[in-house]
Design a binder for this molecule. Structure first.
Ligand code: CA
Length: 234
């Protein structure tokens, strides 16, 4: 991106909105603000921002509904902001197509880190769109899609078909939080609680193969109660 990224801040709480705006301003982002859902959609349509920070608890339109509306015409990254009491909403928002989330209260550092992750993801997604890549590389991890092989630091891993499916799904969405529901639907075509239990088992065996220290994973992050995210390695 050769221009300053434009962030749309949707938040009805003026204090939080001002804090975010000040943070963005001092870190070289441009921003627009919207105090409710209706203004948010209008802003999104008329200024096509690069990313949207969306508070889920708005006075007029439900946050999940806003995401669904926007997803009918835009892939703009959406980071939702929710209170702890809105955990269920947060998961629904991710399932509706949000990219990431921040839980209130959050620090300025957290906000900036989420934005960096999102812009990096956008950057790689644009590059990947230009050339349909047959090989996925992230740090020491390499997936050869054509051959169906996975390598770690040049060494081929013995990986089961289910682990491979799971790894490819995370790789395809690198940088993005995927909910348990999304993953189990993609892998098994269903979303029962028993599938989430199986998912944990497959994740554990996959981590043993790709992580140096599976108890302190570098590649696949756990979001407790929410899901998993593959991190983009520097
Ligand atoms: Ca609110």
């Amino acid at each position: 991106m050769n221009h300053k990224p434009l962030v749309l801040v949707v938040e009805d709480d003026a204090a939080v909105r001002n804090l975010i705006a000040t943070t963005l301003e001092t870190h070289d982002y441009r921003y627009h603000t919207a105090p409710n859902g209706e203004a948010a959609i209008l802003e999104a349509v008329s200024h096509s921002p690069d990313v949207m920070l969306l508070d889920l608890g708005l006075p007029d339109i439900d946050g999940v509904e806003i995401i669904q509306k926007i997803r009918t015409w835009s892939n703009m990254p959406i980071i939702v902001i929710s209170a702890r009491s809105e955990d269920r909403d947060k998961i629904d928002a991710l399932d509706a197509g949000a990219d990431d989330y921040l839980t209130k209260p959050f620090s300025v550092e957290e906000l900036l880190a989420r934005l960096r992750v999102t812009f990096r993801r956008l950057h790689y997604a644009q590059k990947a769109g230009e050339s349909e890549e047959a090989v996925f590389v992230n740090g020491d991890l390499k997936i050869d899609y054509a051959a169906g092989c996975v390598y770690m630091a040049g060494r081929e891993l013995h990986i089961t078909p289910m682990e491979y499916k799971l790894l490819c799904l995370l790789a395809k969405n690198v940088g993005k939080v995927l909910t348990h529901t999304y993953i189990t639907r993609e892998i098994w075509g269903s979303a029962f609680n028993s599938d989430v239990a199986s998912l944990r088992v497959f994740m554990a065996t996959l981590r043993k193969k790709i992580e140096k220290d599976p108890s302190n994973p570098q590649y696949i992050q756990t979001h407790v109660g929410v899901g998993y995210r593959m991190l983009r390695m520097e």
